[in-house]
Design a protein around this ligand. Structure first.
Ligand SMILES: [Zn+2]
Ligand SMILES: [Zn+2]
Length: 289
């Protein structure tokens, strides 16, 4: 049975539960952005960077935090007595993985693809997982925010790497590092002319000599092994246990018919994430697509 929680009546989330993930996320993104501002903002604008990156970087981090908050504090699609029939109609039972049964805790019907989250103590429609970082379930209604959060942070990492790379390139250009190196080696106006010096620094000839000696040793070892085999008689080695393990199983020839009624193709699956079924008019009117 659902236990009413007093703290939920005045707080948007249960603070007494594990909010460590939220604090860690905010600390990581906050400290990282602070370090970037302290170390790199003095070089913006630079030779390859305009001033706009001071604002766009803040905006990019802000959107990331916003998506985190949206995912953390949004309803993942809680199945209640009022909406369970609509969810059951929207996600019919396939009678393979999902069959009609009641949640033993909530005492309501479990729609297909739903799951009871023991941490949040509720049934969630099209349950994906309970995210410890977000301190929330990821389900039918908030998976769009979660996916946007993941994609956005991937792009944020790329953007950060490119901007920091350009900050470095700008500094090299401004400090005329290549020019100074060129002057130091006494080669006029050509960075590529440094190549012989660099090659000498890495002792390329020593590497070639070492490689040749290694090949000679390998050849001698192979010849010795072949002569020993000749003396003891050639014998086919037994089949490796690993080879036997990975040998093609006769069961692999059996054709498995895919019968996943929830797979509607790439585009419609994606649309289902962006526009959850529960937000459609057909859902509120209790019709199945
Ligand atoms: Zn339940
Ligand atoms: Zn949960």
């Amino acid at each position: 049975m659902l236990q009413p929680k007093l703290c939920k009546t005045w707080m948007p989330f249960n603070f007494s539960k594990d909010v460590l993930g939220v604090i860690i996320y905010l600390a990581i993104i906050g400290v990282t952005y602070f370090l970037v501002v302290k170390s790199s903002f003095q070089y913006i604008p630079g030779y390859y960077l305009s001033e706009v990156h001071r604002f766009t970087s803040f905006l990019a981090v802000g959107v990331g935090v916003l998506l985190f908050i949206l995912t953390s504090f949004s309803d993942p699609g809680t199945v209640k007595a009022e909406n369970v029939t609509k969810y059951v109609c929207a996600y019919p039972y396939d009678n393979i993985i999902y069959t009609e049964k009641e949640c033993s805790t909530c005492k309501i019907l479990k729609p297909a693809r739903s799951k009871h989250c023991s941490i949040c103590d509720r049934c969630v429609a099209r349950f994906d997982h309970h995210c410890g970082w977000m301190n929330n379930c990821i389900g039918e209604k908030n998976i769009r925010y979660f996916m946007a959060f993941l994609v956005w942070h991937f792009l944020l990492c790329l953007y950060g790497a490119v901007v920091l790379g350009l900050v470095l390139a700008s500094r090299l250009k401004e400090l005329k590092v290549i020019y100074i190196l060129t002057a130091y080696y006494g080669v006029e106006n050509s960075f590529f002319s440094l190549a012989p010096h660099i090659v000498q620094t890495f002792k390329w000839q020593d590497y070639i000599n070492w490689k040749r000696k290694l090949n000679e040793t390998k050849t001698s070892a192979a010849a010795l092994k072949a002569s020993i085999s000749g003396m003891t008689g050639e014998k086919k080695p037994p089949e490796s246990k690993w080879r036997a393990f990975f040998r093609r199983s006769p069961l692999e020839d059996v054709e498995v018919t895919k019968d996943n009624i929830y797979d509607k193709g790439f585009v419609r699956n994606l649309l289902e994430i962006v526009c959850p079924l529960s937000s459609k008019r057909s859902f509120t009117h209790n019709k199945v697509d």
